[in-house]
Design a protein around this ligand. Sequence first.
Ligand code: ZN
Ligand code: ZN
Length: 360
Amino acid sequence: MSDKMQELWGIPESQGLDALFIVSRANQRYLEGFTGADCFMLASREGNYLIADSRYTEMAESECRSASVVPHRAPNPPLQDVVARLAREGGLRKIGFERDKLIWGLYDDIAKALEGAGAELVPASSLVERVRARKTADEAGLIEAACGIADKALDGVLPVIKAGISELDLKTELDYRIRTGGAEDGAFDTMVLFGARPSQPHANSRRDVRLKAGDFILIDYGACHDGYRSDTTRTFVFGKASDEQKLAYKTVLKSQEASLEKVFPGSNGRDINDLALGIIRGAGLPAFEYGIGHGVGLEIHEEPFMRQNTDVILEAGMVVTIEPGTYQPGWGGIRIEDTVLVTPDGHKVFTHFPKELMEL
Ligand code: ZN
Ligand code: ZN
C-alpha cells in the first residue's frame, strides 16, 4: 500500500470504513495519478478500483499507479451495478462517500444498489483532503515552480498596461504569458479588475471596463504546473495614487506582513485571521469577511481553511495563502496575497512579485 493510502486509512474517522467512494478528480489524481474526468474510484484497504467509461479506460490503464481499471456503461453494466458487485466481491459493507461532493442522483442510485449487496454508503468528510493538506517535498516543489511561472508572467505583462486597455484584454495577455511561461493552464479563472470594481473580492473581468488614471488594478491569478497551483494577488494604481489609496495600501500590506510572520507549525489559523482583521479595522478601514487564507495544491481552495471562529493548526508541509484585503463599494479594493509553505521552523514564501505599492 502506498504511503498516501496508509495515511488515509490511519485517520481515526476512516477506521470504521471498509472503503471510500471517490468522485473528486483532485482526490483521484492524488491517490492514483489519474488525470481524467467523469470517473469514479472505490478505494479499499485491499486495493483501489478506478471505474471508467470507454472514453477514459486507456488513459486510466496507463496513468493509475495501482488501481485496477473497471469499465462501466454500455455494453458494460451501469455504475451502481459495478459498485455493488465490487462491494459484494470484496466484502465491503461500510463505504464512505464525499458528503460535500457526491450529487444526490448518484448517491441515490448507488445506495439502492448497495442495499442488495448488504452494504451501505455512509457520509465521510474531507478524509483524502486532510492527507492532501500536508505536501511532500515533491508537491511543494511543483507549487513553488507554479509560483515562479506566475511571478514571471505578471512581470512580463506590466508593459501592456496602458490607458484604455480592457480588463478582459489584460486578463487574456496574462493568461497567455502563464501558459507560454511553462504552465499547462491558469490555476483558476484569472481576475483582472479596474477602478472601483475590486470592491468585489471576486468578480468576472469585463470587456467594457477600460483602464483610466487613478484606477486601482487588482489582479488575482495563478499558474497550474503538473496539476499543482499557485495563488497570488497584487493591487496597483494606474498613474498617481491618492493619499487615501496609499494609506489603505500601507495598512493592507502591514496586515499581510504581520500575518505572514505568524505562519509556522503550531500556529492557529483563527489567530492569524484575527490579527489581520485587527490591523485593518484598527486603521478604520472596512475589513475583509472571507478568511485570511486557504490551502493550495491540486485544487485552488483546499484544506486548511483559515477563517474566523475556526481553529485550524498549521503543520509543516502545508501550503497556504495569506490574503487580507479591504473593500469599499464605489471606492475600490486592495488585496495582497502570497502562497506560502509552512516549514519545520517557520515558513517560506513562494511568490516573490514585489509588494510595495506600484504606480504604473
Ligand atoms: Zn487568489
Ligand atoms: Zn486565494
